[in-house]
Design a binder for this molecule. Structure first.
Ligand SMILES: [Zn+2]
Length: 253
C-alpha cells in the first residue's frame, strides 16, 4: 500500500473520532482496501480480512514494527510487547472465508465466520454487557443451520452441548486466526504469565490520532512562521515539512 498522505490522516481522524469502534475499524480498513471488486461487502467478511487491511494501513502509517502495551492483570503495571505487521499478515493466508460444516457429536453445524456486522449488531443489544451472553449471541449469529437426528428440536447455540459448542468455537478461531489475536506474555515486574488480546483496530486508531495531533502542531508552527494555509502545509512532503520545522525551531542552521 502507498504511504498515507497527511491530508488523508486528518480526514480519517475527523471522520472516525465520533464513530463506534466497529464503524471506525471499517472506515480505517477501507483506506487500505485493495480488493474492492470482491462480492462480499467488508462488514460481512471474516473479521480477520478487516484486521489484515488495518495492518496494511498501519504499515503505511508507521512501518512494520509495532510496540504495544497492555496492563498486567496482576500488578497493574505496564507490559510492553513487540509484533510485526508481516508476521501477523502471514496469518491472512489461513483465513477460510467459506468454512465447511462442522460434524461433531452427531451434530452437523453449518456456520460462517464472525464479521464486523455481527459485532455491531450484538454491541447494540443490552445483553452484550455480559461477556458470556455476548459470546453466545455472536455464536448464534454465525449458526446457519443445525442438524441432529436425535434432537431435531435443537436450533440455537444455547441448545448445543458444551463439547459441540467448544468445537464450533475452536473451528471459528482456526478459520479466522486474525479475528482474535492472543499474545502470551509475562510481566517483567511480578512475573505473572497471562494472555493479552491485541486489538489491532484500537492500536491503529491510537496511532492515527497521535499522527493527526502531530500534524496539527506542525501546521500551527508553519502557519505562524510562514503564513501558509493548512492545505499548503499538508501538501509538503514529509521530509520537506520536517526540514522547515527544524528551521523554525533553530535546529537547522
Ligand atoms: Zn505484573
Amino acid at each position: 500500500m502507498r504511504t498515507l498522505p497527511a491530508g488523508e490522516v486528518l480526514r480519517l481522524w475527523d471522520e472516525c473520532r465520533d464513530a463506534s469502534p466497529q464503524a471506525r475499524a471499517l472506515a480505517l480498513a477501507a483506506t487500505a482496501d485493495d480488493d474492492t471488486g470482491r462480492a462480499v461487502p467488508p462488514a460481512e467478511r471474516p473479521i480477520g480480512r478487516i484486521t489484515a487491511q488495518l495492518l496494511r494501513l498501519r504499515d503505511a502509517l508507521a512501518g512494520p514494527r509495532m510496540t504495544a502495551t497492555v496492563g498486567c492483570p496482576g500488578c497493574r503495571g505496564t507490559v510492553e510487547f513487540q509484533a510485526t505487521t508481516e508476521a501477523l499478515l502471514a496469518l491472512e493466508d489461513k483465513i477460510v472465508d467459506f468454512p465447511p460444516p462442522l460434524l461433531h457429536g452427531g451434530y452437523e453445524v453449518v456456520w460462517r465466520c464472525l464479521s464486523y456486522e455481527d459485532l455491531r449488531a450484538v454491541a447494540e443489544l443490552p445483553e452484550a454487557d455480559d461477556p458470556d451472553k455476548g459470546a453466545l449471541l455472536l455464536l448464534q449469529r454465525c449458526l446457519l443451520s443445525l442438524r441432529q437426528e436425535e434432537h431435531p428440536q435443537t436450533s440455537s447455540a444455547v441448545d448445543l452441548p458444551d463439547p459441540v459448542r467448544q468445537a464450533l468455537t475452536d473451528a471459528m478461531s482456526s478459520a479466522d486466526p486474525l479475528a482474535d489475536l492472543l499474545v502470551d506474555l509475562r510481566c517483567p515486574d511480578c512475573e505473572l504469565a497471562f494472555t493479552a488480546d491485541l486489538d489491532v483496530a484500537a492500536f491503529v486508531w491510537a496511532e492515527l490520532e497521535a499522527r493527526g495531533r502531530q500534524l496539527l502542531l506542525d501546521v500551527d508552527a508553519l502557519a505562524r512562521s510562514y503564513g501558509w494555509s493548512e492545505s499548503e502545509v499538508l501538501a509538503l512532503s514529509e521530509p520537506r515539512r520536517a526540514s522547515y520545522l527544524r528551521i523554525v525551531t533553530g535546529e537547522l542552521p
